[in-house]
Design a protein around this ligand. Sequence first.
Ligand code: ARG
Length: 468
Amino acid sequence: MKSKKHMKNKNRIIWSTRFKSSTSKIFEQIGASINIDKRLFEEDILGSIVHTQMLVKQKIINKKRGKKIIYGLRRIKIEIKKGKFSFNKKYEDIHLNIEKRLFSIIGKDAGYLHIARSRNDQVITDLKLWLKKSSINVVKNLNNLIKSFLNKSESNIQTIMPGFTHLKNAQPISFAHYLLAYVEIFKRDKKRFSNNIVDLNECPLGVAALAGTSYNIDRNFTSRKLGFKKPTSNSIDTVSDRDFVLDFLSSAAICATHISRLAEDLIIWNSDIFRLIKFNDKILTGSSIMPQKKNPDPAELIRGRAGKNFGNLQAMLTTMKGLPLSYYKDMQEDKNLVFDSYDVLMESILITNELIKNLNSNKQRMLYLANKGYTTATDFADYLVQKKNLSFREAYKISAKIVNYAEKNNKKLDELSIDEIKKVKNDLNRDVMKVFNVKNSVNLKTSYGGTSIKNIKKMVSKLKKEFK
Ligand code: ARG
């Protein structure tokens, strides 16, 4: 009985003629992707309009019908934008929701729109268009972030801090040099997203379900009109391929790793033990019990959220690994992962930008800690090589002895007297004293890409031109 009622229903689903009963409620809930893929409505309508124009151009449908279809599609776009469109789970996804509505606006002519295409090519055309647009947005936001790093670098060129390896004081560096490291990192991320845009630049529309179509369609026309470089070459590969999704998720995961590593440094440096940086109150939060607290929650949040970006990539890889060619419903899950990764990453980039803008270096403390931990011991060894013609291994030993002596006598290297230094190597004069100065140490690192102030100034001005 239920099925007859279902057949009579004006709003029946597209395949109802073939089906003896209506979809089970629980499957309708799970199988429908409309709540997620409605985000593709603009791309879907654009794809449908271009497809219609092609069908008209190729005389597969007549002009009048084409006009009607395009009119209807444009109306639907306005309805959705104004929030006046009612999405229905019964019609599964954005493609069928729009097609259904087209029928109610223009009547039976709507039935001509789906000639020579399938939802299988439709959905990836939509998603590729969406990913192009969104990757451009990511790149734009990374650009803004890089600019903030550059501004912060500019005011910290002369700020000397300890550079760490193993979280132990290693060698003195300029804080700007650290910040510029992130400029390089985010430049690589930008490149990754930009490369993805190039890689996904083949248009899927027209491969239909998996085999292509018998109509005389013009795939070059649709491809060009939708801004792709060319049509995809193999219809089976086209509907099976989600590499472009994996590329996006992987780029997002890599970028999130970078953001998380940065957050980790900032959290450590902001701690009461390190006190190398201070954040403006704007980006700190208090405690409900400990009145004295100012916690760097935003930095912790972006570190934590990287897990979502990793998880989404892992989920998609797992979904794809066992799929035979060509289309399987498993792949419908891709959009949820893509949208989530995009949203999380975009917020993380924005928060990172806010963190950098609201970060102040504690210059005194940085300098103080740069002097701790015998950070100029390598400079002393280098001095011995350069001035006393020793091998690096010989010089290393002598420098290690100086460190042992300083440690035993509870002194920093720059607090040693020339007589004390002479105890480990007697042919040295006062000239050696300058190697224990951290600023001097920084300035000696003139090799390309090194931390000398001169290098950094050059780098900042070069990058500032690049990111005007
Ligand atoms: N909503 C579907 C998806 O996202 C569209 C393609 C459906 N195709 C099919 N043969 N069921 O993958």
